[in-house]
Unconditional design. Structure first.
Length: 412
């Protein structure tokens, strides 16, 4: 009874992994819902699909973290459609900002969009401008006790007079706040505001409220920007790089699996299934967390595959040592996992520490490598210590592995 149950669980598990792999590679239709393939759901960097990379430097002596943050918010509003952060815009050092735009090859157009002065306006329902960024004294975001996300506005003397007249005229009507003709928000006027202090409601999150407050506070780019590096990767080069990366990863994975099966025999097959699941989970994690896959990220993936295999090698070698002492297969496997645990955790934790250092000290591609590396390491620990153990346990219980020779151990 136990033997049949373990065999059934093994078959179901392998079929489930095959289904996950198939849906990831080719996509899957479940009624009206479409499961996207990895190629459709994982964002790819410009080194894989081509595009424009810019490194902008702030030309001002008085620069702090808030100035850089407001500048990034404004740049994001200009180049990201509908105000969502689809394009990576990250600070590098104290005065530099890196912008990478996959699929955009007109660098002059991008520079023109980023560098223009910009104009913040409050526009009434009649289309006339009520206020400009010069009339705003202060803007800040906060969350109330009942979890409402708000933006608080304070106007200067001239802005207070204009806004009082406008709120009286447009009571119970919307006033749109725009940046470069892009509507940030359109709150309704609920009362006549005579004191120059207003509150904007309707933000879905504190992050969105902060973004709007930063843009209103700045009004236009708060500091001048200069492009110190502009690189364009052609679509042909990018696609060629992606094709070679996929081919290298696939060949490497197949070679590792072949070695495991030839050297460790039956356990090697189990390790190959475990590593396959590792790759599938890793790619699903990339899709879920919005990880942008780059060439350096692909290198990190291949590296973590090697570390996932290394964990299985440690387990099997410890198991073989136990088998040579005359222990039973089940006892040897349990002891093998116990003895290998400290080595696996030591090697992976030190790699995670290295990844954290790279993430906090590095920039650009180095950060991408570090993020991919750390995600891969965490998933590889899980698959090595739980998935491999699950498969080995049920393979032994079902009788598929029932003698030392299945581990490549010969007893005299």
């Amino acid at each position: 009874m136990r033997k049949g149950k373990s065999g059934f669980l093994l078959i179901i598990s392998v079929l489930l992994i095959a289904l996950l792999a198939y849906s990831g590679l080719f996509g899957l239709n479940l009624g009206n819902y479409r499961v996207k393939s990895f190629g459709q759901s994982i964002s790819k960097g410009l080194d894989l699909v081509g595009g424009t990379s810019l490194l902008m430097e702030i030309k001002s002596d008085k620069v702090d973290a808030k100035v850089v943050e407001r500048t990034i918010e404004l740049i994001s509003t200009r180049i990201n459609k509908e105000g969502v952060s689809e394009i990576p815009i990250v600070p590098e050092g104290d005065k530099r900002i890196r912008i990478e735009i996959p699929g955009e090859f007109n660098s002059e157009k991008v520079l023109s969009t980023i560098g223009k002065t910009g104009e913040l306006t409050f526009v009434g329902p009649d289309g006339n401008v009520i206020l400009t960024g010069k009339d705003v004294k202060e803007a800040s975001a906060y969350m109330t006790k009942d979890n409402k996300n708000l933006v608080s506005l304070k106007l200067n003397e001239e802005g207070t007079k204009k806004f009082a007249e406008a709120t009286q005229k447009f009571l119970n009507q919307p006033i749109s706040i725009k940046m470069d003709e892009e509507v940030l928000t359109s709150p309704s006027v609920n009362a006549v505001i005579n004191n120059g202090e207003a509150v904007i409601e309707g933000m879905r999150s504190l992050e969105e409220a902060n973004s709007i407050a930063n843009i209103i506070q700045s009004g236009a780019l708060p500091v001048p920007l200069e492009a110190i590096s502009v690189k364009t990767v052609g679509p042909t080069i990018g696609m060629e790089a992606m094709g070679l990366t996929l081919k290298a990863g696939l060949i490497g994975l197949l070679c590792v699996m072949l070695f495991m099966m030839l050297y460790y025999r039956a356990p090697g097959i189990i390790a190959s299934i475990s590593v396959s699941l590792y790759v599938v989970i890793l790619l699903y994690a990339f899709a879920s967390f919005g990880v942008v896959l780059t060439l350096s990220g692909a290198a990190a993936v291949i590296l973590t595959i090697g570390m996932a295999v290394d964990a299985n090698v440690l387990i099997f070698e410890r198991t073989k040592e136990e088998l040579k002492t005359g222990k039973s297969i089940k006892s040897s496997v349990d002891a093998g996992f116990d003895r290998a645990l400290s080595s696996i955790l030591d090697s992976n934790i030190t790699t995670i520490i290295a990844g954290l250092v790279l993430y906090f000290m590095g920039t650009g591609a180095v950060k991408g490598f570090a993020v991919t590396l750390m995600i891969g390491i965490l998933i590889s620990i899980f698959t090595a210590l739980t998935v491999s153990k699950f498969f080995l346990k049920h393979a032994i219980n079902s009788g598929l592995i029932n003698k030392p020779s299945h581990f490549g151990v010969k007893r005299g």
